[in-house]
Every structure is written in C-alpha cells, then in structure tokens.
Design a protein around this ligand. Structure first.
Ligand SMILES: NC(=O)c1ccc[n+]([C@@H]2O[C@H](COP(=O)([O-])OP(=O)(O)OC[C@H]3O[C@@H](n4cnc5c(N)ncnc54)[C@H](O)[C@@H]3O)[C@@H](O)[C@H]2O)c1
Length: 447
C-alpha cells in the first residue's frame, strides 16, 4: 500500500541524513557525502544555496579554517555551538552573551574561545571571519547591521527580523555586499525536504493545490525563572529576559518562533511569496500575563490560486507538527518525511477483505456515493522519503554550508530571498491578526 515511490531515491541524499561526524573516519565520510550530494542534485536552480558546497569541497585543513563567533548562547545558540564544534574546518574563536550564566556555561565548553558581553567588542576582534546570531528576535536587525558594518559574514537565526521595515533594512544593507549571509531555516539543508521537493518537481503529487501546516504543543512555552539572578538589564526583569518570546516588545510569538519554518518551506516549494493573508489569533488558554497569542489560524493566498493554511496552538499536542503538501496525485508530509499516493495500488485480496470486515465498509468512496459512507482519513502507510531516519534536521549541514561559503568568499545565492519571504510572511500574519484585516505583501519590498 502506498509503495509506489519506493526504490526511487537518490542514495547520496538518503545517506546524508545519517550525519554525525564524531570520529575522524566519520568526519572524512561526512566530507565525502556532502561533496557528492552538493554535486549530484538535479534541482540546483531551486537550491542555489547549495552552490558554495559544490564550488568548493568542504575542507578540514587548518590553513582553511574559518574563525567564527556566536552571539547569544541560550537554547538555540548552545545547539548551534555544539554543531559548530563538530563542523569540519571551523574554529569557534569567540562567544558573546550579555547574561553571565549563559556566557560562563558556553565558555566552559570551548577551550581558548574569547568571551564578550558586548557584541560590538566581539565584532572588533581581529581575525574573526563571521558571526552566528541567536539572540531574541527584536535584536536580530541591530546585530546583523552591526556585523555587516564590521565586515563580517553573518548567520542569523530565524525569523529574519521583528518588523517588515527591519527585514527591508537587512536586505538593503546586504545588497551588493561580498559577505555571506545565511538564515537559520535549517529545512533548506534537510535531505528529507530536498527529497520532497525533488519528488514534487518530478510530478509525483501533481500540481500543489494546497499546503496545510501546523505546529501544536501542549505546554506554557516558558523557561523557568530563578527568584534572583544577575542584573537582567537592558530587560526590565529576569522574567522578560528569559521569557522574551511571550512579550510583544521582543517577539511576534508563535508566528516568528514556529510558523516561520513552515512558511519558508511553503514559499520555497511554491516558488512564490504570498499575495495576502488573513487570520485570527487569541489567548484562550494560557492567561498568565503573556502578550502573544497561544493559538493562531491563518490563510495565505498565492497568485496562482493556491492557499497555505497555517495553525498553531500550545494547549494540545495530539497532531504535533507537520507541513502537508497536497496535490491531485498525492500528499507529502515533510516533518514525518513521507509520501502518500492518492490512489495506492490495491492491497492483496485477503488484506482488503480483513480491512473491510474490520471497518465495516469499503476503502473507496465512490463519487456521488451513499452519504452514509464516512470519508475518513486514508489509512495508508505511505513511503519514507529517505532511507535512514536522522536526528539532524539540516542544522549540521547548514553549519558546514556557512563555513564553506565563507571559505569560497562569495554570498550564498537565494538566501536573502528565502529569509525575506519567510520573515515577511509571518509578520504579515501577525499584522493580519492584530489588525483583524487582510494584509497584502508590502508593496515595493525588495528581497
Ligand atoms: N532554527 C531553529 O530551529 C530555532 C530554534 C529555536 C530558536 N531559534 C531562534 O534562535 C534565537 C534565540 O532563541 P533561543 O530560544 O535560543 O532564546 P534564548 O533566550 O534561550 O537565548 C537568547 C540568548 O541571547 C542572549 N542575549 C540577549 N540579549 C543579548 C545581547 N544584547 N547580547 C548578547 N546576547 C544577548 C540571552 O542572554 C540568551 O542567552 C531566536 O531568534 C529564535 O527564534 C531558532
């Protein structure tokens, strides 16, 4: 059932999903696989950000090493740091955080790295090639602009920025620059999502007629806040410093923190940006002083008539997270990493018979058939997009891509466009919910 796509996968793409270069042998294998995948994809026009990996094979030689710094070493910054420390050809030379417990914890992990509490001082450090920015959203633009002004290559965590104006300012500052800019949308480097795109362009699900994405959790989305701690300034309290994503001065809540990933995938797969969007948001469960919505529902309109439907809530996790790409011939689920044929080959007779006895009705619902037949979700297993499952969601590869692009000394094509499209899309969603009206793509925005 639903096995029509088996035996069709690119072995290089599939093998890359088992990354984890812990030993020297694994590291050599990692470099080999990366170079092979970067050179083998038939989709390069739609993956221009893979080109640095093609142009210059990943090098692990000490003379080619790039020297990087990380700004903001909280939850995500620590994860990026752990990945950087395993990335061939990278030296983590500097760490910056203005919250002492986080800076101290990070410095303890990296021998020889210099610590800073002020990012501007870190940017003045001689010999530093680039920085990774993993600070709260409202600081992304300031840090990117400072880093560009200091002549550094920049990796900025998603979502691009806090406002549409700031997205524009980052794109403008980078236009014409010879420096690398990379955004932290790791699905752009995920073998599963690459394979999904490959199958879509191969016509396996037909034209994309709808994308439905959701991110559901069950929890208050809070970090624990100690009763006392270091001076939280410039934040007014430790609560705001540690739970910045719950307050509108610093964050746009579920849109920038979660939806940005799936909006990036939707825009990328549709090869377009939304024309407009409408939606509703509210705080209907976590009434604990937070300012950002705890559930959001939006519809994005694209100019070929396709819609992207997005919802997110943090009071029920039964459906988890998914991005479902649907067409008349099939469905792809990016997070589960599966493809489902719309009309899978029939199961062998005996399996069908058991199924019909168990369910009390036939699987196929005829057009205009009896109204009592429930048109329930199809219970087909589908096929995995890549052979090996992996804990890496593209972050490890994206670190290697950043380092290699710096080594190649050229901006990464297509990167700012992806960052802007996703970043602006989620801010349109935020504005639509706040203003309770349909919001159009900002006229004159230059990606
Ligand atoms: N790509 C992903 O999957 C992913 C996942 C989680 C978070 N993120 C993004 O990473 C960023 C950080 O999120 P987080 O969850 O790590 O938050 P966090 O609060 O855990 O970490 C932020 C860190 O920035 C530090 N910081 C704040 N102001 C600073 C300043 N002026 N100078 C230096 N350091 C400063 C804080 O002290 C903290 O250590 C956000 O933009 C978030 O959207 C991305």
């Amino acid at each position: 059932m639903g096995l029509a796509f088996n035996g069709n996968m690119d072995p290089e793409l599939s093998s890359l999903s088992s990354l984890g270069p812990e030993t020297r042998a694994q590291r050599r294998e990692f470099l080999k696989r990366l170079a092979m995948v970067a050179g083998s994809s038939a989709l390069l026009a739609e993956l221009p950000w893979w080109s640095p990996l093609r142009a210059a094979p990943v090098s692990d030689s000490p003379s080619d090493r790039v020297r990087l710094g990380v700004i903001g070493i909280g939850s995500r910054g620590s994860f990026l740091l752990a990945n950087l420390l395993r990335t061939p050809g990278v030296e983590v030379a500097a760490l910056c955080d203005d919250y002492p417990p986080h800076l101290e914890a990070a410095l303890a992990k990296v021998k020889g790295a210099k610590g800073f509490s002020d990012h501007r001082q870190m940017l003045d450090m001689p010999g530093l090639d680039g920085v990774l920015i993993a600070v709260p959203l409202f600081l992304h633009a300031r840090m990117c602009l400072d880093a560009f002004a200091a002549g550094k290559h920049v990796f900025c965590e998603k979502s691009l920025a806090y406002s549409i104006e700031e997205c524009q300012a980052i794109a403008d500052a980078h236009r014409g620059s010879s420096k690398v800019f990379q955004i932290g949308h790791q699905r752009m480097f995920s073998p599963v999502f690459l394979r999904a795109l490959e199958l879509i362009r191969d016509g396996q699900i037909g034209q994309i007629t709808q994308i439905r994405a959701y991110w559901h959790r069950n929890g208050n989305w809070r970090n624990p806040v100690p009763a006392t701690g270091p001076d939280p300034s410039p934040f007014p309290s430790l609560e705001r410093r540690l739970n910045w994503r719950l307050y509108l001065d610093y964050s746009r809540g579920l849109m920038t923190e979660l939806a940005s990933h799936h909006m990036q995938v939707a825009n990328w797969f549709l090869g377009a940006r939304p024309v407009s969007c409408a939606g509703y948001g509210s705080i209907n469960y976590w009434k604990d002083g937070r300012e950002v919505y705890d559930n959001v529902n939006l519809v994005y309109r694209y100019n070929n008539g396709t819609q992207v439907i997005y919802d997110s809530l943090i009071s029920n996790r039964f459906y988890g997270m998914e991005v479902q790409v649907m067409g008349p011939k099939g469905t792809i689920e990016g997070e589960t990493g599966k493809i489902f044929a719309e009309n899978p080959p029939p199961a062998p007779g005996i399996v069908q018979l058991i199924n019909e006895i168990e369910h009390g009705f036939f699987d196929t619902v005829p057009i205009g058939g009896p109204s009592w037949v429930p048109e329930l979700k199809k219970d087909t297993k589908g096929s995995y997009l890549v052979r090996e499952h992996t804990a890496d969601d593209g972050t490890a590869i994206s670190m290697a891509a950043f380092a290699n692009a710096i080594r190649a000394g050229k901006p990464i094509p297509g990167m700012m466009e992806q960052a802007c499209r996703a970043g602006v899309s989620v801010l349109m969603g935020h504005n639509a919910m706040e203003q309770q009206q349909e919001i159009s793509w900002p006229e004159g925005f230059r990606e």
